[in-house]
Design a protein around this ligand. Structure first.
Ligand SMILES: NC(=O)c1ccc[n+]([C@@H]2O[C@H](COP(=O)([O-])OP(=O)(O)OC[C@H]3O[C@@H](n4cnc5c(N)ncnc54)[C@H](OP(=O)(O)O)[C@@H]3O)[C@@H](O)[C@H]2O)c1
Length: 236
């Protein structure tokens, strides 16, 4: 059975990806920042001990990202899902994310966590992905990245770092065409999680059900595009 690698899995969309892929029979390599505190993951692990591998990784810590390729040296990855990201500059630091009060240190940190480190991680695990059969790389982006869809302004940090990530996806899809790797930027919708908030429109199950379906249909033709959880193309 194929193996899925997913980051940021102790809660929210990441945890739901782990739960659903295990249920579908996949092997899952799941990262979180602190295994000892990841109660839900540890419970899953006791039911799927032969299928679920938990590893620690913090996108803030370059060494922990670099060490992952050593820890996973002999693991094949069929589907790579970069899900972990920060909600800094999005919810908790809203007041520093409006024109006139932008905090450049937070913005640079958000760029690191939302765009730079996800690509560094894919780079570290390139060998594992090339050994996979499915050869798919998925980056969790957000509809807020769409310039065409931006009719309300604001959200400078979240929007700009996700737009940058989408550009990364496009380049990577072109660079990895010769290796038969397909790459996708995904918007999960507005989802009820700690980041999305209680007022969001859909639950994690609906979003992840949809995304798993979209990922299963990813081909060379759709590689390098930006899609939502229903498989609809989002304009750049
Ligand atoms: N929910 C939405 O409406 C929505 C909309 C658009 C895009 N997204 C994107 O979907 C993805 C998942 O979001 P979510 O809604 O499930 O959010 P969430 O419930 O807040 O989960 C975020 C995950 O990212 C992890 N994370 C945060 N900082 C990290 C770091 N420095 N290193 C490693 N892991 C880190 C968190 O771990 P800790 O618990 O250790 O912090 C957590 O596992 C994110 O990329 C988010 O931007 C969500």
């Amino acid at each position: 059975m194929a193996t899925v690698f997913i980051t940021g899995t102790n809660k929210g969309l990441g945890y739901e990806f782990v739960r659903q892929y295990l249920k579908l029979g996949y092997k899952v390599i799941a990262t979180c920042r602190n295994i000892a505190h990841a109660d839900n993951l540890n419970n899953l692990s006791s039911n799927f001990s032969d299928k679920l591998k938990l590893v620690e990784m913090d996108l803030n810590d370059v060494d922990s990202v670099k060490n992952l390729s050593k820890t996973l040296k002999s693991d094949v990855i069929d589907i790579f899902i970069s899900n972990a990201a920060t909600n800094l500059g999005y919810i908790s630091n809203k007041e520093k994310n409006v024109f006139g009060a932008i905090d450049e240190k937070i913005w640079i940190e958000v760029l690191k966590l939302n765009c730079v480190m996800p690509l560094m991680l894919a780079q570290q695990l390139k060998k594992n992905i090339l050994q996979g059969v499915e050869k798919k790389i998925i980056f969790m982006s957000a509809k807020t990245a769409s310039i065409e869809d931006n009719i309300s302004g604001g959200m400078y940090m979240n929007r700009s770092t996700r737009t940058a990530l989408n550009q990364v996806v496009k380049s990577l899809s072109i660079d990895l065409e010769k290796d038969h790797v397909n790459v996708l930027a995904m918007s999960p919708g507005w989802v009820k999680t700690d980041s999305g908030g209680k007022g969001a429109l859909i639950d994690v199950k609906t979003s992840v059900d949809g995304m798993i379906n979209v990922i299963s249909k990813l081909t060379r033709e759709s590689s390098g595009s930006f899609m939502d959880y229903k498989g609809e193309i989002i304009p750049w």
